[in-house]
Design a protein. Structure first.
Length: 353
């Protein structure tokens, strides 16, 4: 019975992988739902699915002679509340599908409630045109408490979208702050959107987010705020001369542009800057992806060990007692962590470290 179940699951995953590579949207959604699941059986299926999808896409790239290039280009879009991230992505995505002939995937990350754990997932409603575009795919995901501007499974969702043949994958991050560096690590180009501002408002954006930006774009450059947008542009151009770029291998100078999502003014120029960045940085980006894949592997190792420890019934009482000792200040957190890890290793037949 168990063998038949395993065979059926393997067949289901193989079929799903084939349909994802063929670009069937329903199965792209199912694939992303699978990699987002915390169920242990689903996690194992997700591992197999990601391996199959990635391998099948690589085989296609070899046949088309593009195996030395990246399978798709990843763009992160971040900015403070009110910067117009969703409207900007709607305008940029439409430009790519209508003018550039690209297939575009958009992954929007919404913050989850720390009380209920729920998420509104409202970004998709602000991309009504892109949501019905046959060459676009929009998928909202909750953070479920993850920091860094992205959800835990965002990296896996990107792999699913690239396996489906999308040329560009746009990731809309939760917000703006120092932790957005994580969003940059899983993407190739980081666009920072800023609303028109002056005086003290210019100081409200943390330096860290500006340091990781590959392109800075001042939004709402139209109507009554157009003049203020150009003033903000000039101020940030001066500020960027004093900021050292983060993790940059070339002499790329971060441009500060202006745009208007409603009028589409400046949107083509933003994408021209992205294309120029890719052309100049691609060798370094390929190397960065290799390094990040290794870091991601060790991240999965740590997360998997944590899950196994938390689910192990043999150490549950010991872990609860240690947790109480740490909470009351009897034991320091470092020693508590060592005690729990040693207890779990003992159940696995491994000597204490």
């Amino acid at each position: 019975m168990l063998r038949r179940t395993v065979c059926r699951l393997a067949a289901d995953v193989e079929d799903m992988a084939n349909r994802i590579v063929n670009g069937e949207r329903r199965f792209i959604s199912r694939g992303i739902t699978l990699v987002e699941s915390g169920n242990e059986v689903h996690r194992r299926q997700a591992d197999e699915l990601l391996q199959l999808v990635t391998q099948k896409r690589l085989d296609i790239m070899k046949k088309t002679g593009s195996k030395d290039r990246m399978p798709g280009f990843r763009v992160a879009v971040s900015g403070p509340p009110g910067a117009g991230k969703s409207c900007f992505i709607e305008a940029l995505g439409t430009h790519l599908t209508k003018k550039m002939g690209q297939k575009v995937a958009v992954l929007t990350i919404d913050p989850s409630s720390t009380i209920s754990g729920g998420s509104l997932l409202g970004d998709k409603t602000r991309m009504d045109g892109l949501s019905i575009d046959p060459n676009a795919y929009v998928r909202p995901s909750p953070t479920r408490g993850c920091l860094g501007g992205v959800a835990e499974a965002t990296y896996d969702a990107i792999q699913i979208c690239e396996g489906a043949g999308f040329d560009t994958c746009i990731v809309e991050t939760v917000g703006v702050g120092q932790s957005e560096v994580d969003a940059r690590n899983i993407t190739d180009c980081f666009i920072l959107l800023l609303p028109p501002a002056n005086g003290d408002e210019l100081q409200g954006i943390k330096k860290g987010i500006v340091e990781v930006a590959d392109i800075v774009c001042i939004t709402k450059a139209d109507g009554n705020t157009e003049k203020l947008a150009h003033y903000t542009q000039a101020e940030y151009r001066k500020a960027l001369q004093l900021i050292r770029p983060y993790g940059r291998c070339t002499d790329w100078k971060t441009p500060v542009l202006t745009c208007s999502a409603p009028t589409r003014a400046g949107i083509p120029e933003v994408w021209d800057a992205v294309a120029e960045f890719r052309q100049k940085e691609e060798p370094a980006l390929i190397q960065r992806r290799k390094e990040h894949r290794v870091k991601k592997m060790w991240s999965f190792v740590r997360n998997d060990i944590t899950r196994r420890i938390e689910a192990d019934p043999d150490i549950r009482e010991d872990a609860l007692a240690t947790t109480h000792s740490v909470a009351t200040g009897v034991m320091v957190p470092r020693l508590g962590a060592r005690h729990i890890l040693d207890s779990w290793l003992a159940t696995q037949g491994v000597k204490k470290l």
